[in-house]
Design a protein around this ligand. Structure first.
Ligand code: GRG
Length: 301
């Protein structure tokens, strides 16, 4: 069922506020002998960002009628893990970027060593939040175990790290479409897919719902990355918060570079339709996921 009158703007701002408050509560205070690393963690997490992955955890859970309190630690864990990947991606050894989320990158403010450590600490904090006893009481241990497995697999060499490695190794090369698909699915879609799936797992969803929501998340994730490639060509630098044209400068493999911009736009729309149709068996509880799918394609940043 698609009511079409879902107020996504209010939904997103309410969920962002909820997630931001929880992140502030669970990120370590910048005190003690390692204070600067904690300050760097807080700086990068607090630099803004759409919070799309944690919101997908909440929305994936809502589709299976979850108790939202059970999902909040995992939502924050996902944002910590995502922020680690951005900090490391910006390092001189990788993209060597000066700006992220409209602000100087972590290593530009805190130096390379602390930026690496802040990324490492955010990655490990993610798994701590997923399993911290006082945050997980009320969730069946098997569900926690499964959610941690999904997160680890999507983040590691089977997922985002594998995609990032293939991306770096293929810079400047002419690649087959299968390589492009590998990069996009692993670098981006894995974590977005895992977000929806983790929401469904921790929310107590049935097996067929979990599988369907995972497929929705992966399809949406691929659309998200193609839209990201398009924004890097046609987006507004002020709105995006970093210079456009960086993919071309770094000779990255992207959908527009392999297939052309019009085919890339058509592909993104096709994926949007596919993602929304995967939600057909769900009723109004999946309305946020439907609206988020449309937002992913319409977004300006
Ligand atoms: C360093 C292991 C490692 C991985 C890096 C996230 C990533 C993988 C690279 C960043 C470069 C990039 C364009 C990746 C594709 C995924 C993506 C679009 C990330 C940006 O995510 P958004 O748009 O960012 O959700 P915000 O700032 O809104 O959170």
């Amino acid at each position: 069922m698609n009511t079409g009158d879902f107020d996504l703007k209010s939904y997103l701002s309410a969920k962002r506020a909820l997630i931001d408050r929880a992140l502030d509560r669970w990120l370590p205070a910048a005190t003690g002998f390692s204070a600067p690393v904690k300050e760097a963690m807080r700086y990068s997490v607090g630099a803004g960002g759409k919070r799309i992955r944690p919101i997908l955890i909440l929305a994936g859970g809502q589709a299976v009628r979850a108790n939202e309190h059970h999902l909040l630690p995992a939502a924050c864990a996902m944002e910590c893990l995502h922020t680690y990947s951005l900090i490391h991606d910006d390092l001189p050894a990788m993209d060597n970027d000066d700006l992220r989320r409209g602000k100087p990158t972590c290593h530009r403010i805190f130096g390379e060593a602390l930026a690496i450590l802040a990324g490492d600490a955010l990655l490990t904090l993610a798994f701590e939040l997923m399993t911290r006893p006082e945050l997980t009481s009320g969730i069946h241990p098997e569900r926690i175990n499964r959610a941690v497995f999904v997160l680890a697999k999507a983040a590691g060499e089977n997922g985002m790290v594998g995609g990032q490695a293939a991306d770096i190794l293929n810079e400047g090369k002419t690649v087959e479409p299968q390589v492009l698909n590998y990069i996009h699915y692993h670098k981006t879609a894995a974590l977005l897919g895992a977000s929806v799936e983790i929401g469904a797992i921790l929310g107590g969803g049935h097996e067929e719902d979990i599988i369907r929501l995972r497929r929705y998340g992966q399809t949406l994730g691929l659309a998200f990355q193609i839209k990201d490639d398009i924004l890097d060509i046609e987006g507004d630098q002020e709105i995006i918060g970093k210079p456009i044209g960086s993919d071309e400068r770094q000779k990255k493999v992207t959908y527009p570079s392999v297939f052309g911009i019009e085919t890339a736009k058509a592909k993104a729309l096709e994926l949007l339709r596919e993602a929304i149709s995967l939600l057909d068996p769900f009723d109004h509880e999946a309305e946020p996921l439907r609206a988020i799918a449309r937002y992913v394609i319409d977004r300006k940043r």
